[in-house]
Design a protein around this ligand. Structure first.
Ligand code: ARG
Length: 595
């Protein structure tokens, strides 16, 4: 499912409008032809045009014999070109090959558009969503169980998606932490605690020590000692029945986990609104009752299940022992999201392994008539899956002891390594300790985020510190350095950019000035593609190309400070900074001004 974003500032969209007009004039019998406009990609470093309209070939097949004046696709292409309404956007057009209409944009128009963005701000380029209320369910770790690298991916990708959607200014955007705080593991943990510390009513960190180790201890006991198992099961019943002593212990355990999760969120600058699984506890029975009344729930071997289209196994809504599970909570929470929170778009970010869970959940809702039969009709539910995180050896990431890697350790290691590299470069002699810390964090955490986001999220990805902290190649470090370099060019000029924005004019006389400015304008169409497909790597690619064009073309061939074109070129530097910073913002990366 692709969401259509409305984006009047996109160059493609604007050309599309002109060509829609031309197509209507040229072939009046074919109604509503969608203009096919693509940006041209340079071949062997040469680009013959900026954009291309590709309608002539397929359209000719449709009208063949109906309009005598067009003998072949090429002549149809020429017809389309002649019927283009006059526009200040276009410098020239030509027909190439079998009928492509090549478009070269006007330098003056490109320059004016960049200048206008500098005055109006990048928000003036924001597209609009066709809906009002959006929720992104991401991160969502489980209390007491490990917060593993999969949750890190969900946190990084989910945060970026939320930022991208926020840029489109929906009426409401919720960043939801569907914390797993209600599983059967709590019976086990609480029972173990009361057995281990019989004189203590309180659960506190010093009793528990490392919660993951404590979890393992209880699990071992649970699996080997039938009496303990019974005790644990009774503890769950007590907890779910609201026994104050058990409720209190549960709350305390949750808080210990929360402190650990918050360390990760704080480092990564992530804000989430927590609505944990336990919140839906009371809502599960009425939701199941409604589904039962609709005839969806069947008995199967003592369990209560729902069958959905095209899947052999049923969705288990209530377990054999009468307990609720992951599905029960998601049935209730989706009901809540649709009926109480009235969301138009509900996005779940988890590993691809959970694909079937969500497929069955959405299908059950469709069967109940609670989601439209047509998947493209609102409200929409989307599961965003991502691949596994692998270690250098290509296997699932583990620490040297074979344990899961603690996320805080992973982030601290990235920061530490970036600090060492920073100090080694030796530009930091005059920096304060705080400046060094800030830059190391920006680079270290930025590197972890970017290394994840730059891959197509559906593929597995390998954590490699050497690679992600390299200052060359497609890394956050390279990008942050490029940003700092542009800041330093402006600083060196000694000019007041705000003043230049008011009095100066962008002029594009040099080919590389033009290439840079056009790439800046193309931000919106790339953003639209990235956001409507929920694929952040497209945006990463754009940002990397921007840094490359700036560094290898513009800055190598166009002297800025002290040149006759200084004002215009400084404005181009500033426009590059604005777009770069916005990309960084969307990717959750903090750039630095000097390095
Ligand atoms: N806690 C789950 C996990 O760790 C992710 C929850 C995703 N959200 C949801 N509504 N099911 O895999």
């Amino acid at each position: 499912m692709i969401i259509e974003l409305d984006c009047p500032s996109s160059v493609r969209k604007q050309l599309g409008k002109l060509f829609a007009e031309a197509l209507k004039q040229t072939v009046p019998t074919e109604l509503e032809i969608v203009p096919l406009i693509d940006a041209c990609i340079p071949k062997d470093g040469v680009k013959h045009a900026d954009y291309q309209c590709n309608n002539a070939m397929s359209l000719f097949a449709k009208i063949k014999g109906k309009q005598e004046e067009f003998k072949n696709p090429r002549s149809l292409g020429e017809g389309i070109m002649k019927n283009l309404p006059p526009s200040e956007m276009i410098e020239s057009c030509s027909v190439a090959g079998p009928g492509f209409v090549n478009i070269v944009l006007s330098n003056k128009w490109i320059a004016q558009r960049v200048q206008k963005m500098l005055t109006d701000g990048i928000d003036s380029w924001a597209p609009r969503l066709p809906i009002k209320r959006v929720l992104v369910d991401f991160s969502s770790p489980n209390i007491a169980k490990e917060m593993h690298v999969g949750h890190l991916r969900s946190t990084i990708i989910g945060d970026t998606l939320a930022r991208m959607l926020e840029f489109c200014q929906p009426e409401c955007l919720i960043r939801r932490n569907h914390l797993g705080d209600w599983g059967t593991q709590f019976g086990m943990l609480i029972a173990h605690h009361f057995e281990k510390f019989p004189n203590s009513d309180n659960v506190n960190e010093s009793n528990i020590g490392d919660l993951q180790a404590f979890y393992k201890e209880s699990k071992l006991k649970f699996d080997s000692d039938p009496d303990f198992k019974l005790n644990a099961q009774q503890s769950v019943v007590k907890l779910q029945g609201g026994d104050p002593k058990y409720r209190k212990a549960w709350e305390q355990i949750c808080n210990i986990s929360r402190t650990e999760f918050n360390k990760v969120y704080q480092r990564l600058g992530i804000h989430l609104e927590e609505m944990p699984e336990s919140f839906y506890n009371e809502l599960i029975p009425p939701t199941l009752e409604k589904l039962d009344k609709l005839g969806l729930i069947e008995d199967s071997d003592g369990a209560r299940v729902i069958f959905v289209d095209g899947v052999d196994i049923p969705l288990i809504a209530v377990k054999k022992d009468g307990g609720y599970n992951y599905f029960s909570t998601d049935l209730a929470s989706l009901w809540y999201r649709l009926n109480i929170e009235k969301l138009d778009w509900n996005i779940y970010v988890t590993d691809v392994g959970q694909w079937q869970h969500f497929d069955m959940l959405f299908k059950a809702f469709r069967r109940a008539g609670w989601l439209p039969k047509d998947e493209n009709e609102y409200p929409i539910c989307t599961h965003i899956g991502f691949g596994l995180v692998l270690g250098k050896d290509g296997k699932r990431l583990r620490s040297s002891l074979g344990e899961t890697v603690r996320l805080v350790d992973l982030l601290d290691k990235a920061k530490e390594k970036s600090k060492i590299a920073l100090l080694k470069r030796g530009n930091t002699k005059e920096w304060s300790e705080e400046e060094i810390e800030k830059a190391s964090e920006a680079i270290g955490y930025g590197a972890v985020k970017y290394a994840d986001l730059k891959n197509n999220r559906t593929t597995n990805y390998t954590i490699n510190f050497e690679q992600m902290l390299n200052d060359k190649g497609n890394t956050a470090v390279y990008l942050i350095y490029a940003h700092a370099r542009i800041c330093s060019i402006i600083r060196k000029s000694g000019k007041d950019i705000e003043e230049l924005k008011k009095t100066g004019t962008v002029v594009l006389d040099h080919e590389d000035e033009r290439t840079l400015a056009l790439h800046l304008l193309q931000f919106t169409e790339v953003f639209v593609e990235s956001c409507s497909n929920l694929l952040p790597h497209t945006l990463c690619e754009y940002l990397y190309n921007l840094a490359e064009i700036f560094t290898k073309k513009f800055y190598s061939n166009c002297q800025v400070v002290g040149s006759p074109e200084e004002t215009s070129r400084l404005l181009l530097c500033e426009a590059t900074l604005v777009v770069m910073r916005h990309c960084f913002y969307l990717l959750g990366i903090v750039p630095v001004d000097k390095l």
